[in-house]
Design a protein around this ligand. Structure first.
Ligand code: NAD
Length: 327
């Protein structure tokens, strides 16, 4: 059986080769996204896999189906780039990927500790032989109350991780999770904002969550509150966050994600003009930690995403369903 695999990153190749051997597959690999120009790679294939840069629109599904291909996998969790209705219309089965919540949950706790222990300015000083302590006094996690917004897979795992630190935990979700309720107390968002020393976001980006951290929410927070966002940049009104940092209305922020990060994060843009002023401005502050949407990025997660991508195509071709099947 042949599958065409697009947008292949170097770090995916080892697992792709393992799966090709294990299942006796011919895998046609390219680092290019799937476009009408690159579709010919899938000639004679029984399945197609991409990451998130390929536009899987109606025209693409029509073309794919006309080639006799009825299995498509996105080797990522988000499927904003996939027209699921069109896939259904042309009889193409679709899957996305899944991976354990531990990578993001561990990273979230790391960012909390980095903020609490002022690791960013400490690191700056190390680079220039400044070993002074002034301004670097931290705070201990066991004395903090952490507010977890969104207690799904990642939010719950963050709470499980935090349970070893001895901190207080408050949580909020539109749907309560009994496991989270054993570790923390469900409260209203207002109470969570009022009482938390650290607030961490783990909701999807929806109409109901877009810009949930804005002026109004920040006004309800403690003056030294720390915000962590490993979910989606657009959960925050970034102008309101910048204002709060400038006015010292909050204690710090750690952001693994940023509004309009597409085309910037995950690329080497060293010699380019980057047009995201908020990103460039916010990055300078000693109490602002920013990383390039990498909380998920572990060897275990990459292997799992590749395995979902290939094994779902196999299952679809054998007429079976797959746990990550969407259409
Ligand atoms: P999940 O679906 O298991 O949990 C999401 C939770 O958010 C659910 O419990 C849901 O009820 C809750 N929720 C939905 N609307 C809400 C609202 N208005 N207010 C409060 N809670 C609400 O998802 P997950 O696997 O825990 O992932 C959470 C998010 O993390 C993802 O949607 C994604 O945006 C982000 N993420 C980021 C990275 C990264 O590398 N930084 C990696 C994976 C996921």
């Amino acid at each position: 059986m042949k599958f065409a695999v697009y947008e292949v990153r170097e770090d995916e190749k080892k697992m792709l080769n393992t799966l090709a051997e294990r299942h006796h597959l011919e895998l046609a690999l390219t680092s290019d996204p799937l476009t009408p120009e690159t579709l010919s790679l899938a000639e004679g294939a029984q399945g197609i896999s991409t990451l998130g840069q390929s536009h899987m629109n109606r025209e693409m599904f029509k073309a794919v189906a006309e080639m006799g291909i009825h299995a498509y996998s996105a080797r990522c969790i988000g499927v904003n780039h996939v027209d699921l209705k069109a896939a259904k219309e042309f009889g193409v089965s679709v899957s996305n990927a899944s991976y354990s919540p531990h990578g993001v949950a561990d990273y979230t706790v790391m960012l909390m500790l980095m903020l609490l222990r002022k690791y960013k300015p400490a690191l700056w000083r190390q680079q220039v032989n400044d070993y002074s302590l002034g301004g670097l006094m931290g705070r201990e996690l066991c004395h903090m109350t952490v507010g977890v917004v969104g207690t799904g897979r990642i939010g719950l795992t963050v709470m499980q991780n935090l349970s070893g630190f001895g901190c207080g935990m408050l949580c909020y979700d539109v749907k309560e999770n009994p496991e989270a309720a054993k570790l923390g107390r469900y409260v209203s968002l207002t109470e969570l904002y009022n009482k938390s020393d650290i607030i961490t976001l783990h909701t999807p980006l929806l109409d109901s969550t877009r810009f949930m951290i804005g002026e109004e929410a920040i006004a309800q927070m403690k003056p030294d509150a720390l915000l962590v966002n490993c979910a989606r940049g657009e959960l925050m009104d970034i102008r309101a966050v910048i204002q709060a940092i400038e006015n010292e209305r909050i204690g710090g922020v750690a952001l693994d994600v940023f509004a309009d990060e597409d085309g910037i994060y995950h690329h080497d843009r060293r010699t380019d003009i980057i047009k995201n002023r908020d990103m460039a401005y916010l990055r300078q502050f000693p109490n602002v930690i920013m990383t390039q949407h990498m909380a998920f990025y572990t060897a275990e997660a990459v292997d799992s995403m590749v395995a979902c991508g290939i094994e779902s195509l196999l299952a679809f071709n054998e007429g079976k369903s797959y746990p990550c099947q969407i259409v």
